[in-house]
Each structure stands twice: as structure tokens, then as C-alpha cells.
Design a protein around this ligand. Structure first.
Ligand code: SF4
Length: 323
């Protein structure tokens, strides 16, 4: 196994699908894989951790039917519903994110896609934020057309988020109003337009280990610049409210597999880390590069002070580098 780690660190060797599956199915031998994942993180990013703050800039009333999402048309969850926040409000949230030492503000909006006026409003405020603050901006605005991507890029957007969500073979069980193929095409368009992409998945939505491996390798082929690994938070009122497929150890195995597969890419222990890992969260931090600070789109995260305390205990560096 040390040969594999050495090969991965020196760009001479990549994890194979068979090895990825071995990690997911490992038992007591898991800790050997985990130890090597710590070495990989240490080799590339040492004790660095990036903090991301998520802003739900437009909430609810979505026409899509993603089974995990409280904002979907089929969800009966009680959530706040509002149209796109004003430019001033988004700017204010960016100032707060900066004070919280975030490196990236992730602005997400509900819905299949934004209209022209909404895209313009976002573009204008992003220009203001980029002029005044050292924040990186990642946008999650659903499906985008070429001219919209071009415009947002010209306003200073650093990354676009578009998750693959789940394996192709599992996709129609999770959402039927759009396809896996459409999501993949959007990611390919981003690559064509040389926009940095942030793309990951939500584990725990009924996929098999084999499907998770397929998904991870499909992601690898799409060359994302950041990979958020989410673990399903079963939200009351959503189609997946009773899903309880994951355990803390399974989450660690998934992150370990992803560390081997994406040794140089920003790997995020994303939504659901608190829910499943609880006291084991520091183990996830030792093999990843970023976390969300504070709340998720419609679910509460853990208190910010607890996240910072964990990072301080590990003596991790989370101050953003000035660019
Ligand atoms: S994940 Fe996005 S597209 Fe899907 S239902 Fe939720 S807000 Fe709509």
C-alpha cells in the first residue's frame, strides 16, 4: 500500500477501480488505507484547510424534484421561501464571510436556471465583491447557457458548482425532472469554457459501493477543481427522509477513497459531516482540504465555534491567503 501512496504522491500511479472498491469494503484493514490518506493530504496541502461559507441566495419553489432537497416541488419540508436576494444583501453576506475568515463564498440559488435579470444582478454584485474583498466566489445556479457563463466569468466568478449528485444508474430514483446526462453536459461545457468547476456528490442515496466507485471515476474524468463530498442529511418532508444508509465509518471510507483518487484537488468534507461523523469529525479534516463553515442550504450545520475549535486543536491553518 505504501507503494500506491508513493506513486500517487509522485504522479506515477493512480488508484484503480478495484482498489477504490477495496477501500469502501474494507473492515479492520481500513485504518491502513486511512493512514495513507493522511500521508497524501500531508504531502500536498499539509495542515491547510479552506473555509467556505454557503449563502442560499434564492430559496424554495423549485420546479425540479430532487428527492434529497427541501426546496424541490415535491418536498413538504417547512423552509424559508424567498426570491433572489438584493445585490446589497449579498454584498453584506460577503463582508460577513470575510470576517469569518472564509476563503470562498458559495452563492447558491434554487431552481433549474436563473433568468437574465437575476444573472445580471448576481454579476453586478460579484464585481463589487471582487473589487473590495479577497474572497473567491463559487456560484451554484443550476443549468447555465454559454453566454451566461461567459458573462459571470467576466464579472469575476472563480468557480461554478454543479454536482453530479449520484451515480447514473441511481439517478432516476433520485430525480426525474432532469437527467444525469444533462448534469454531465453542463460540466463538460464549463471545462470547454475553461471555467473552474466544483463538482461532487451526495453519498447515502441508495447507491451501491460499485455505483459510488463508478461515480467517483466519472468525476475524475471531468477534472473538477474542487470536489465536495456530501453525506445525505435526511430532511423531514423530502422523498429521502427515511434514508439511513451511512455510518460514520462509511463516511470515512468514502473520504479516504476520494483522497487517493483526488490527491491534488480540493476535497471538501461537505454537508452531513456533523450528522454522521459527530466526534469523529477531526478524522475527516485530517484527509480533506476544505469545509463549509456554518449552515447548509436548508439544514443547520454545527456552530462555527466548534469548527474553529477543532481546527485550532489540530493546529490547522485556515486563514485565507491574500491574492
Ligand atoms: S437541488 Fe436544486 S434543482 Fe434540485 S430541487 Fe433543490 S433547488 Fe431544485
Amino acid at each position: 500500500m505504501m507503494e500506491l501512496t508513493k506513486g500517487v504522491c509522485q504522479d506515477k500511479r493512480e488508484l484503480t477501480e478495484k482498489e477504490a472498491l477495496e477501500i469502501l469494503k474494507s473492515e479492520e484493514d481500513f485504518w491502513e488505507f486511512y493512514g495513507q490518506a493522511v500521508i497524501i493530504k500531508n504531502h500536498f496541502t499539509r495542515t491547510k484547510m479552506s473555509l467556505n461559507v454557503l449563502l442560499n441566495a434564492k430559496s424554495g419553489l423549485c420546479a425540479e424534484d430532487c428527492g434529497y432537497c427541501a426546496q424541490s416541488k415535491d418536498s413538504e419540508s417547512e423552509i424559508q421561501v424567498y426570491s433572489l436576494l438584493s445585490g446589497d444583501e449579498i454584498y453584506k453576506r460577503a463582508v460577513i464571510a470575510c470576517k469569518r475568515k472564509a476563503r470562498t463564498l458559495c452563492i447558491a440559488t434554487s431552481g433549474t436556471r436563473l433568468n437574465k435579470e437575476e444573472i445580471t444582478r448576481l454579476g453586478e454584485v460579484i464585481r463589487r465583491i471582487k473589487a473590495d474583498m479577497p474572497l473567491k466566489i463559487c456560484l451554484s445556479v443550476g443549468l447555465s447557457k454559454k453566454d451566461q457563463i461567459f458573462y459571470l466569468k467576466s464579472c469575476g466568478v472563480d468557480r461554478l458548482n454543479h454536482n453530479l449528485n449520484t451515480a447514473e444508474g441511481n439517478y432516476q430514483k433520485i430525480a426525474s425532472t432532469h437527467t444525469y446526462k444533462e448534469r454531465k453536459e453542463t460540466l463538460k461545457l464549463m471545462e470547454e469554457m475553461q471555467v473552474h468547476s466544483c463538482s461532487g456528490f451526495i453519498a447515502g442515496m441508495g447507491e451501491t459501493d460499485e455505483q459510488l466507485v463508478d461515480l467517483a471515476f466519472e468525476l475524475k474524468d471531468l477534472n473538477p477543481h474542487a470536489v465536495p463530498v456530501n453525506f445525505l442529511i435526511p430532511i423531514k418532508g423530502t422523498k429521502l427522509e427515511d434514508f439511513q444508509q451511512l455510518t460514520a465509518m462509511k463516511c470515512l471510507k468514502i473520504l479516504t477513497m476520494m483522497r487517493f483518487l483526488f490527491p491534488r484537488t480540493e476535497l471538501r468534507a461537505s454537508a452531513g459531516r456533523e450528522y454522521y461523523l459527530q466526534e469523529l469529525q477531526p478524522l475527516a479534516l485530517l484527509i480533506t482540504d476544505s469545509i463549509f463553515l456554518g449552515d447548509y442550504l436548508t439544514s443547520a450545520g454545527q456552530e462555527e465555534d466548534r469548527d474553529i475549535a477543532m481546527l485550532d486543536l489540530l493546529e490547522f491553518a485556515y486563514e485565507p491567503e491574500q491574492s
